[in-house]
Design a protein. Sequence first.
Length: 340
Amino acid sequence: MYILGIETSCDETAVAILRISPLGRVKVLSNVVSSQIEIHQKYGGVVPEIAAREHVLHIIPVVHESLLKAGLKPSQIRAIAVTVGPGLVTSLLSGVETAKALAYAWKKPLVPVNHIEGHIYANFIDLKKPVKFPAIVLTVSGGHTNLVLLKGHLKYQIVGETRDDAAGEAFDKGAKMMDIGYPGGPIVSQYAASAQASEIKLPRPMINSVGFDFSFSGLKTALLYTLKKDSNWKKQIPEYCFELQEAIVETLVSKTIKAAKKYQVKTVLLSGGVSANKRLREALQKAVLDKLPGVAFGMPNLAYTTDNAAMIAMAGYYRFHAKKTVVWNKIKMDCNLELR
Ligand code: KG4
Ligand code: ZN
């Protein structure tokens, strides 16, 4: 079957089409992402009103391009999956209203998808072996930091989450403090790669706390005060970036391994925009190998780490099979949608 996915929860207008064989083999036929990063860069963050207008301008051309790249006609699409939340309300609206209109015009079922669920399912796009459940998934993005126990397909239990800032936010706000650009994650990681080590010491928040929750706002404050005390910080940006990245990665890896042990999982997965981070990818993979014998590790290809619609179509496929579809006028958007 062919499934079309639409993602507009933040600042990427994305449409993808997957072909999924009866045996479950997945081929991404198109994965079009129209990014607004350059537009928001000058404001140092996403401006919701601008994001909304950009989605309206781009969504139909992106749907067209996706169909064209896949070489398909609308009649060949079996279902339309769309992100219904969580996200910016005015951004989500473009995707959801477009999906509704297409579902009505093309007479297709709609599959509502949770954005975090989409990130989790990015792991299922290029699978080499079937995932063994239970799995623990570290989902780290600009808006979310979750440890999700995946007991089976579509069976989620959040066992840990951030109490304040998300991991991606810690990268973004850290970069903003050092005035090195937006979005901070890739820039911090680039600077960090040019330092071998760092004398600077930042805290690993809640690393030894009971449970699996995270907190990154204290790290941000610690960075702010360390920078204030250091008159020479501008000459040490790579070292600051190195330590900021280490503090975030070490905390994420440590909690994930602890949760994997507690829940006796068979697989550890990684997802979300921050999963594009090379250091995190390597550190988590190594920790699973060293500390969790017999446990499998998986992570999405880089193309499916930051926001994209292939992951939404992938999650949509599993929802479609679980008969979690709705007709065009029954879909509901929820900007605070919980994972369930
Ligand atoms: O999943 P995503 O594209 O959007 C949300 O759902 O929030 O994640 C965006 C986040 C941003 O905070 C960005 O700085 C971070 O992912 N990010 C990275 C890297 N690439 C993107 N963080 C660390 N290292 C990266 N290479
Ligand atoms: Zn995301």
